[in-house]
Design a protein around this ligand. Structure first.
Ligand code: HPA
Ligand code: ZN
Length: 326
């Protein structure tokens, strides 16, 4: 069996996926029409031409503009269903999906509209495709603590649908510790915690995500390798890393996929996983991430099996749910 067909057939979990980042140009244009939203693009080619990014902020500007077409519960349902159907065909059996309610609430879309559409699609996928899921609500770190507390208060009314909280958006100059109190309240309310750290920000942000936010996983974490003691600690703790190779390439964290630290992470004994982040914007869903990084850094079949197993080990599934895949 070739490496690529192994990747196609292995059961996998996806743990780092922003649902708003799955909005394909065709759906963006169709929803703009359905909802009467003005976009600066008139064709798929024009949308795609905007997907040239020099850094995270370049991407975020386009990402927040793109999501302006999402207005009604049905839009969030259609968006989520399209993603789930796509990755079901790639062997994904479990998903832990991020969503960004503050980005919708600030445009006048109610928290319940967003959550209702996404969670109904997750229920449909559970029923019809036997896919399991958890939902992770992210706080936007470019906004202040008070705004994050507002989102947390909304989440507290819907604990049956939201399993964990996360931290995303512009990382530079916005260290995790700015949100220590929000995360402390979220954990006290029973939510698990994850955070983007060390994507563009320094290794010190990974340390404060661990120590101050008490996260169960680090999203990205690429810059951990600047601090060998931190790598050793994360290996000892089996602290999962949700890595996203094509995202790192497209946002210029690396200039060539050959530089991606996924193999280094496995060699260091880290619980590393492969994910797609924002597949519509970064040119590939989870299997394209596996295949392209495997070819670039020379992953073996054994590495691929380890990464797929890691995706379940690192998930929030119960030990008995995980066992079926290990
Ligand atoms: N990084 C930070 N915030 C994000 C991303 C990302 O890659 N995608 C959506 N929000
Ligand atoms: Zn991300």
């Amino acid at each position: 069996m070739t490496l690529h067909s192994l990747i196609d057939v292995l059961p996998k979990a996806e743990l780092h996926l922003h649902i708003e980042g799955t909005l394909e140009p065709e759906m963006m244009l169709a929803l703009a029409k359905r909802n009467g939203v003005e976009l600066p693009y008139n064709s798929v080619a024009e949308v795609q031409a905007a997907y040239e990014f020099d850094c995270l902020q370049d991407f975020l500007d386009v990402y927040y503009q793109g999501m302006s077409v999402l207005i009604n519960e049905r839009d969030f349902y259609d968006l989520t269903m399209a993603y789930l159907e796509k990755v079901h065909g790639q062997g994904v059996r479990h998903v832990e999906i991020f969503f960004d309610p503050q980005a919708h609430m600030e445009r006048g879309v109610a928290f319940e509209t967003v959550l209702g559409g996404i969670s109904s699609a997750l229920e449909t996928a559970g029923r019809e495709m036997d896919m399991t899921s958890k939902l992770i609500m992210c706080f936007l770190r470019h906004l202040d603590e008070e705004d994050a507390f507002g989102a947390l208060n909304c989440a507290c009314k819907h604990k049956e649908h939201i399993y964990a909280v996360g931290l995303d958006s512009s990382e530079a100059g916005r260290p995790p510790e700015l949100f220590s109190r929000v995360f402390a309240k979220a954990r006290a309310q029973g939510f698990k915690a994850v955070a983007h750290a060390g994507e563009e920000g320094p290794a010190a942000y990974i340390e404060t995500a661990l120590d101050d936010l008490k996260v169960s996983r680090v999203d990205h974490g690429n810059r951990a390798f600047e601090n060998p003691a931190l790598v050793a600690r994360m290996a000892a703790e089996q602290m999962p890393l949700t890595m996203c190779p094509l995202s790192n390439l497209r946002l210029k964290g690396i200039t060539d996929l050959k530089e991606h630290p996924i193999k280094k992470a496995l060699n260091a004994g880290l619980l590393a996983t492969v994910n797609s982040d924002d597949p519509s914007y970064f040119g590939g869903y989870v299997n394209e991430n596996y295949k392209q990084v495997a070819d670039a850094v020379g992953l073996t079949g054994e590495d691929i099996v380890t990464l797929a197993k890691n995706s379940f080990k690192a998930s929030f599934q119960s030990p008995s749910e995980k066992q079926a895949y290990l």
